[in-house]
Write a new protein. Structure first.
Length: 330
C-alpha cells in the first residue's frame, strides 16, 4: 500500500496517525476502513431481484416544494441553498461557493425536479467544489456553463481530478487534495478535503483512479460539513474530533435501497442521522434525494423516513428541511 497527498497543500493537525491517502498496488484509491466490494454478480442480483416498493414507486406523484425566486442571488447575507440532489450554493464570510453543480439531466436518467433557477444566473462564484467524478456530481455541460460565467473561479477537488476538470472548464485554477488536506484559499475561509466511504468511475477501466471525498468549509465563525456521497463509517466521528463545533452537516439520505447493496456508497436516513449525531452537528441538512431516481426507494421515501426519525427524537441537533432553492440564512 502506498500513501499519497498533494505536496503543494498543507495537511491538517490530526488527533490520530495519518500516513496519507491510501493507494493499492494497481494505483487505485481505496477506502481505508471498508474496502469497496461491489461485483458484477452483486449488480446483477440487485437488478434482477424484485423491488418490494415497485408498485409504490409507480403510483407516486412526486411534487416537492420549490422556491424559484432566486432571492439568495440578490441578498448579501451568508446562506446555504439546496439546489436539488447534491448541488449547493453557499455564501460564507462573503465568499460564494458552488458544490457539485448538476443543472440538467444526466445520461440515461432524467431529473424528476427542474433546477430551481436559471443556471446562467450563477455568477460571481469564487470557488467551485467537486466532491468526486460520478455523473450526478460532476457534469460536463453544467461545469462548462459555470466556467463560461465565472472565469475567475477556482476549482477544488480530489487527487487526480485535474485533467478531467481542465477538460470541462479549460481552467488552470484547479487544486486537487488528498484526504485531510487544506486548500489554498482566501484568508476569510478555510476549506479542507476529508475521507468519505465511496468510489469513483466514469469509464470502463478507471475504477477508483480518481479520489472521492467530503468537504469542511469554515468562515465567519461557522463550520459546514458537506458529506458528499458516503456509506457509514468512523470517518464521521473523526470529523467531529477534528472539528469539534460543526454547525451544519449537509448529508445524503437517498439512493439507499436495497441497503445490502447501497450501504457501501450511500447512508440511509437512519445512518445519516447517526452520522450527524456522531459529529455532534448543530443542524442537519438532508440532500441527495428527490431529484434523480437512482435506487429502489420511491422519490419521497428518504425524507418521509427522516421526518419519522425526527418525530421519534432521534436527531440530536436541528433538522433544516428547506424547499429546493430556498435560502437558509446562517
Amino acid at each position: 500500500m502506498e500513501y499519497v497527498s498533494n505536496p503543494a497543500l498543507h495537511g491538517l493537525q490530526l488527533p490520530f496517525e495519518w500516513k496519507g491517502t491510501p493507494v493499492d498496488g494497481q494505483g487505485r484509491f481505496v477506502n481505508y476502513e471498508f474496502p469497496h466490494r461491489y461485483s458484477l454478480r452483486d449488480v446483477l442480483k440487485w437488478r434482477l431481484q424484485s423491488n418490494p416498493q415497485r408498485a409504490e414507486k409507480k403510483q407516486e406523484q412526486w411534487h416537492p416544494a420549490i422556491d424559484k425566486s432566486a432571492a439568495f442571488l440578490h441578498a448579501p447575507d451568508d446562506c446555504i441553498v439546496w439546489l436539488g440532489h447534491a448541488t449547493f450554493f453557499i455564501r460564507l464570510a462573503g465568499i460564494q461557493l458552488l458544490i457539485d453543480p448538476v443543472f440538467y439531466n444526466i445520461p440515461l436518467i432524467k431529473r424528476k425536479v427542474t433546477f430551481p433557477i436559471e443556471p446562467a444566473h450563477l455568477k460571481g462564484l469564487d470557488y467551485v467544489l467537486i466532491s468526486h467524478n460520478h455523473l450526478d456530481h460532476c457534469d460536463k455541460r453544467s461545469l462548462q456553463l459555470v466556467a463560461d460565467n465565472n472565469p475567475g473561479a477556482t476549482y477544488l477537488t480530489g487527487l487526480r481530478m485535474e485533467s478531467l476538470l481542465h477538460r470541462f472548464t479549460n481552467s488552470n485554477n484547479i487544486q486537487a487534495a488528498g484526504w485531510y488536506q487544506q486548500y489554498n484559499t482566501d484568508d476569510r475561509i478555510k476549506i479542507c478535503y476529508l475521507p468519505a466511504r465511496h468510489w469513483t468511475k466514469r469509464g470502463l477501466r478507471d475504477v477508483n483512479r480518481q479520489l472521492w471525498g467530503a468537504f469542511v468549509i469554515q468562515g465567519a465563525g461557522k463550520t459546514i460539513y458537506f458529506a458528499a456521497d458516503s456509506g457509514y463509517g468512523s470517518h464521521f466521528t473523526d470529523a467531529g474530533r477534528i472539528f469539534p463545533h460543526i454547525d451544519y452537516c449537509i448529508i445524503g439520505i437517498g439512493a439507499y435501497k436495497p441497503e445490502w447493496f447501497m450501504a457501501q456508497s450511500h447512508v440511509s436516513p437512519k445512518d445519516a442521522v447517526k452520522a450527524c449525531n456522531d459529529m455532534h452537528a448543530g443542524v442537519m441538512i438532508p440532500m441527495h434525494y428527490g431529484t434523480f431516481d437512482l435506487a429502489d426507494e420511491p422519490m419521497g421515501d428518504p425524507i418521509s423516513a427522516l421526518l419519522h426519525l425526527k418525530q421519534q427524537e432521534y436527531i440530536h441537533g436541528r433538522l433544516e428541511n428547506r424547499k429546493i432553492g430556498e435560502m437558509l440564512p446562517i
